[in-house]
Design a protein around this ligand. Structure first.
Ligand SMILES: Nc1ncnc2c1ncn2[C@@H]1O[C@H](COP(=O)(O)OP(=O)(O)O)[C@@H](O)[C@H]1O
Ligand code: SF4
Ligand SMILES: [Mg+2]
Length: 401
């Protein structure tokens, strides 16, 4: 298991320049109390269940049309399992997934096929998720075998070439094989395949984690461009908080199979109230050297406990510096704490949810002071961040052709 303090890197600059308004409107996906347990068995001939890996253990959230919901958390916290259950690749143990108000588990036949068409996935590793023996054209066009209504046989080649063009690859590459492409280009192929059936929702499971830092921003920019073009809704899974901020409207933080905090990017990044989120945030590298110096970093000690035997009460208590007796007895529910207001008043599963005010205000004072000093020399902190963001955006498409 990776430690939260060490699992993060920041190839994409962050800051207020990336803050987006949260889209309003009807949820396209509604997830309620979703549970996925993997049975642990013993015995060779007669298998006896001796427990269960509680990979996803009661997760609820909505995905609104046109929004990007980022989901972050350390390795092993259940992100990929959540994605697979939403994709129907794994059956849920219990709970509800509604697509446009319809319970997916109750659908069958043509109705289920239509929903499956509308929810697609982009996988983490473009090196292993593309079949090396298939041409790019066959890989991208494969979903049409199951859904010929989207592109009848005579139109498939043109449809695939259009998709290659949309993701910034040369349509003439249609007969090439995956090994002839770079990592970033392969992920573009994976994205083109995800788009083939014209879905409404794309679940991206760590889509840039296997890519070089220099290529990550290009793929993220492509996903943002496609979202605007095709009105897509994204669930964007990552262990890297800085990448998630760049693309997300809202962010959910997972720990050991549970969602522990969820809110708009401003609420999570600037007003986090759950100790686990605060620990993850404290480990995100800061571009400003002055801010870096005053950063009050929380180093999480110990491994994530086993999801087969999670701690009683609050699952984070074995690593939480604020834990008290109550935390071992009573499980904190994900809800808006009644004692908080303003941007701190968002869903957080902690008995003692609170912003880290003392540390933050001390840090902010020093940041403000150094920004004022640099302002006098010309150029504010916000301007520096905006400039960094623009540099990042201009890199889009470099490796594509
Ligand atoms: N098919 C499976 N059988 C048993 N345990 C599994 C299976 N898939 C995942 N797990 C376990 O579920 C937990 C969550 O895994 P995963 O969803 O892959 O986490 P993440 O994507 O956040 O790293 C881990 O402890 C993992 O070992
Ligand atoms: S409920 Fe207790 S152990 Fe859990 S995060 Fe809050 S303070 Fe820490
Ligand atoms: Mg995973």
């Amino acid at each position: 298991m990776t430690d939260g303090a060490t699992a993060l890197s920041a190839p994409v600059p962050q800051g207020a320049a990336f803050t987006k308004p949260v889209p309003e409107g009807e949820p396209i996906l509604q997830i309620r109390d979703l549970v996925k347990h993997f049975p642990l068995t013993q015995g060779v001939v007669v298998k006896k269940q001796i427990g269960a890996v509680k990979a996803v253990d009661g997760v609820s959230f909505d995905l609104r049309k046109g929004e990007t919901l980022g989901i972050v958390g350390e390795s092993g916290c259940g992100k990929s399992t959540l994605a697979k259950v939403l994709m129907n690749l794994e059956p849920a143990t219990s709970g509800s997934v509604r697509y446009k108000g319809e319970e997916i588990s109750r659908l069958s036949g043509a109705a289920l096929k239509a929903v499956r068409r509308n929810i697609q996935m982009v996988f983490q590793d473009p090196y292993t998720s593309l079949n090396p023996r298939m041409t790019v054209g066959d890989i991208i066009g494969e979903p049409y075998e199951i859904h010929p209504e989207v592109a009848p046989k005579g139109e498939r080649r043109k449809a695939v070439q259009d998709l290659l063009d949309v993701v910034g690859l040369n349509p003439e590459y249609i007969n090439r094989y995956p090994h002839q492409f770079s990592g970033g280009q392969r992920q573009r192929i994976g994205i083109a395949r995800g788009l083939a059936l014209k879905p409404e929702v794309i679940i991206c499971d760590e889509p840039v984690s296997a890519l070089d830092v220099s290529v990550q921003a290009q793929v993220i920019n492509l996903l943002e461009k496609l979202q605007n073009e095709f009105e897509l809704s994204y669930i964007f899974i990552a262990h890297d908080l800085s990448i998630v901020r760049h693309i997300s409207d809202r962010v959910g933080v997972m720990y050991l199979g549970k969602m522990v905090e969820i809110g708009s990017d401003l609420e999570i990044y600037d007003h986090a109230t759950h100790p686990y989120t605060q620990a993850l945030l404290s480990a995100v590298p800061v571009p400003d050297p002055a801010a870096r110096q005053v950063r009050d970093r929380i180093v999480l000690t110990g491994d994530v406990p086993s999801p087969a035997d999670p701690p009683s009460g609050c699952r984070f208590r074995t690593r939480c510096w604020k834990a008290q007796e109550r935390c071992a007895i009573e499980e904190p529910l994900l809800a808006v704490p009644s004692w908080l207001d303003g941007l701190a008043a968002h869903e957080s599963a902690c008995h003692f949810a609170a912003e880290r005010e003392i540390e933050q205000s001390a840090a902010e004072r020093e940041i403000e002071q150094s920004a004022a000093e640099r302002g006098a020399e010309g150029g504010t902190e916000a301007e520096t961040e905006r400039a960094a963001g623009q540099e990042d955006g201009s890199a889009d498409g470099d490796d594509a052709r």
